[in-house]
Design a binder for this molecule. Structure first.
Ligand code: URA
Ligand code: CA
Length: 434
């Protein structure tokens, strides 16, 4: 193939063949195709899009660029869950022990947070001793023993995505549906799970700001998964306000533990029950959604769910007592409330603004090399549709840097809008796509 001809073909709206796509990805990873040619192709894809066959081939070529994880040594059907990224999105931390406590095999490969969205690996590392770098043998052994394990993605997983993402980042080609879909799905496919659940977020705190775009992204990823032989279900869910009450690493461990003890906020619980039921259906454990949710609720009530969380923590070297004694988690020096200036209903909470505020307090990274402060963050006092009285907390800010504290308090204040009139709660689950 002659690279300029392939670029021209896509530029003119043509369709690339499987061989042509594979040639471009393999050549780029080997360093035979330079950045400037790949950048031109990405821009052509940005404007011209890709059809189902093209985006599936792109995804598979990317997935095969590095290690393909083999989980066949784990008995049963392995289900992976992935969120497109959100604020106070503690679902994965709740879901892994919850699903494992009813018999689902959970092999979770997670990333670190970047920018305003948190990463499960960072959150877990706020637990003293918790190890997220597991060898393949350890990972498989733990799942076979207790039903779940969570490990950081190895450096060899989908090198093509690392290269392409870095190039997209500097060429204004990140927000393209085929490029996002192939980026996410290549990592899921290389990760080795049999079936996949996707949580595609939309709203102020999400990649996709508009509902219609989130639906299109979800449909594209479901198509890719199914064509690649990995049955995939996608949910489109609200990320206009934060999902849970906690934003920040140790704080989210506390919130996950609260939900697993039956004391958490209803939104995070409901989303976890929905995904838990979906995982039970996909693994062939329980097809009836209502009965599945009953089993999950029963697991919370009986204490099985929180026990499973402790088991997971212990098996990965962490101190399981943190789920009973939260003072064993990293503590911030300053803890200050933002109070309601007057009575009212919470009308909106700007998820992105809170996510960025938490990041700048130290809960997240602006650059890959940044170190995280596990103790800092924000705990919400209410969500959209809740009534608050003057002087009651809208949120509590946890900080270690007195200089940043004042700034963060102001950001949090600005993120809340109160209304004198009653406000409806926001709908959480908008679509389920199969
Ligand atoms: N998440 C990814 O992994 N890739 C993208 O391109 C966007 C979100
Ligand atoms: Ca309140």
């Amino acid at each position: 193939f002659f690279v300029p001809e392939l670029i021209e073909k896509k530029r003119n709206g043509g369709k690339l063949s499987k061989d042509e796509i594979r040639f471009m990805i393999e050549g780029y990873v080997k360093g035979e195709i330079p950045d400037y040619q790949m950048a031109a192709l990405l821009m052509a894809v940005y404007f011209r899009g890709m059809d189902e066959e093209e985006v599936t081939e792109l995804t598979l070529s990317m997935a095969r660029s590095g290690e393909m994880v083999d989980l066949s040594a784990i008995e049963g059907i392995k289900v992976d869950k992935h969120s497109s990224g959100g604020i106070a999105d503690t679902t994965t931390l709740v879901l892994i022990p919850l699903a494992a406590s009813v018999g689902v095999k959970v092999a979770k490969l997670s990333g670190r947070g970047l920018g305003h969205t948190g990463g499960t690996i960072d959150k877990l590392e706020s637990i003293p001793g918790f190890k997220t770098e597991l060898s393949k043998e350890e990972f498989i052994r733990i799942i076979n023993q207790i039903g779940a394990a969570i490990a950081g993605q190895s450096k060899d997983l989908v090198p093509a995505d690392k290269m392409l993402y870095a190039l997209r980042d500097v060429t204004a080609t990140v927000d393209s549906i085929p490029l996002i879909a192939s980026s996410i799905m290549s990592k899921k496919i290389a990760g080795g799970a049999d079936k996949i659940i996707l949580d595609v977020k939309f709203g102020r705190g999400a990649f996709m700001k508009k509902y219609g775009d989130a639906v299109e992204l979800a449909k594209t990823m479901v198509k890719i998964g199914n064509l690649a032989g990995k049955p995939t279900v996608a949910y489109v869910t609200d990320m206009d306000q934060p999902l849970g009450m906690a934003i920040g690493n140790a704080l989210e461990i506390i919130e996950a533990a609260e939900v697993l003890k039956g004391k958490g906020h209803e939104d995070l619980l409901n989303l976890s029950l929905e995904f838990g039921a979906e995982m039970m259906a996909l693994s062939g454990i329980e097809n009836d959604r209502k009965r599945a949710k009953e089993k999950l609720n029963e697991s919370i009530k009986s204490g099985k769910a929180i026990e499973k969380f402790k088991e997971i923590i212990k098996s990965q070297g962490g101190n399981p007592k943190v789920v009973e004694d939260y003072s064993l988690l990293p503590q911030a020096r300053f803890r200050e409330e933002v109070t309601a200036p007057h009575d009212g209903w919470i009308e909106s909470i700007d998820a992105l603004r809170l996510g960025l505020a938490a990041m700048k307090l130290g809960a997240g990274r602006q650059k890959k090399e940044d170190k995280i402060d596990h103790s800092v963050g924000i705990w919400l006092g209410g969500k959209v549709g809740d009534w608050v009285e003057k002087g009651k907390p809208l949120a509590v800010v946890y900080a270690n840097d007195e200089g940043k504290l004042g700034w963060a308090l102001e950001e949090v204040r600005e993120a809340f809008r109160l209304s004198p009139e009653k406000v409806e709660k926001r709908k959480l689950i908008w679509a389920r796509i199969t």
